[in-house]
Design a protein around this ligand. Sequence first.
Ligand code: F6P
Length: 555
Amino acid sequence: MTVDVTKTAAWADLAALHASFTPDLRGWFAEDADRAARFTRTAGDLHVDLSKNFLTDEVLDALVALADEVDLAGRRDAMYRGDRINVTENRSVLHTALRRPKTDELVVEGQDVIADVHEVLDRMYAFADKVRSGEWRGITGKPIDTIINIGIGGSDLGPVMVYEALKPSVQDGLRCRFISNIDPSDVYEKTADADPETTLFIVASKTFTTLETITNAKMARWWLLNSLRGRDIVTDAASQAQAIAKHFVAVSTALDKVEAFGIDPANAFGFWDWVGGRYSVDSAVGLPVCIAIGPQNFADFLAGFNAIDRHFAETPWAQNVPALMGLLNVWYVNFFGAESHAVLPYAQYLHRFAAYLQQLTMESNGKGVRADGTPVTTATGEIFWGEPGTNGQHAFYQLIHQGTRLIPADFIAVATPAHPISADGRDVHELFLANFLAQTKALAFGKTADEVRAEGVAEALVSAKVFKGNRPTTSIMAAALTPSVVGQLIALYEHITFVQGVVWGIDSFDQWGVELGKVLANQIAPAISSDDSALAAQDGSTRGLIEFYRANRGR
Ligand code: F6P
């Protein structure tokens, strides 16, 4: 039976606290010289300063009590153990098993999960070594220099984000590209300057049925074979099969469908139905990253996840970073009406991090019914969004600073840049960090009318220049953006998402809400080109749009 969180004593305590709560970050810091230290936590290599949140000792106690009342520990242990906590799909949720060391033991329903995981990892590592060393060659004997991943959602966003984040670790002479959109322009642009003789496609799809991915894979296959035919390299069925064998590999849970597509099962890397798409970058879905940065770095990446998994499993809630960040999000969403949450990395290499988090958080917690099928009793998943600082500062920060909405924000920064460069004798990374610190300071402490007046501002302009402050932020710092730290950041947000889902009583691991659109697209497709009876069956708006298309195609 799902606990109704709104009926818990801790919820009532939080409601009572909220009723008389006046955030006062200036006052709290002035009164308590230790506030920053008291509310700073460590998880793995992450230094997490929670002190600029709406956090007091009473709030902390109530949030911890809430975690206990919804049995967060029991739910977490059930997940780690392999219980079928994804109830609507009747599946285990075991992404934490993907990053456990070979020496660990985990047998679920008679299956040695750790052995299975490492069997695939070893194959991935061997394959990555072959591509990186040039031992794996294309049909004309040339080594691979371009890897094009074809996937969408979890089979795309994770690999893209991590590849971009770890670009400084990519082997010279190798590059990855990612095709996801079914808009043919995506395939066109990503293949336009690629050499078919040195390009390797990875078709990544958990189900191997996703329309976008299968269609893109067919277009890529056509591009490869057609280009090689044009060079008299593919001349018959045998050379065609050889070209596909040398230039296509697959990542999927559906190895029979991989074979039916024409990819040799020997060149397929499997994973399991207990890995959700948005939790899969640490499975074989990470293959392009593994090839690009190499097995040792990939192993470090996985070890980073595992460090946070252990922190989440072993640390009391009051010190537990994912638990506290998830509980604070609940505090903001359900008691302060926060509708969105910004994630603002001060690290250009994390420029796809917010896009990645959007699927992780919103596909997981965008739910209106609870795991037992009853309606949710309170607001659920907030909107996650963001861009790297300082770019965001010159775009949307205005709304966070002076707008009417409360937007909690996570700031992420590293101490050591990948490229220490100076300008006019000034360390540019330090200037960058100064911006990160300035923004969190301005958001927390603002600027009063008296401070504005003291600058000699005309009275008529004072109110426009006041910053109210009390905009909550969490600052996450690490020494450097290493493979391990990137793994730690991902695992941190996976567990934050899990914590929120447990509090709300929802199944964070299904995604039924994306199904209807897929079914309708298949029904509408015939109406678009020529099927008039299919067109007549559409609603008035859809029909009108199709008619516009038909009247304007090719113009
Ligand atoms: O559209 C939703 C979804 O099922 C995601 O959850 C998933 O990551 C994506 O589609 C791609 O699915 P697949 O890996 O099976 O192609």
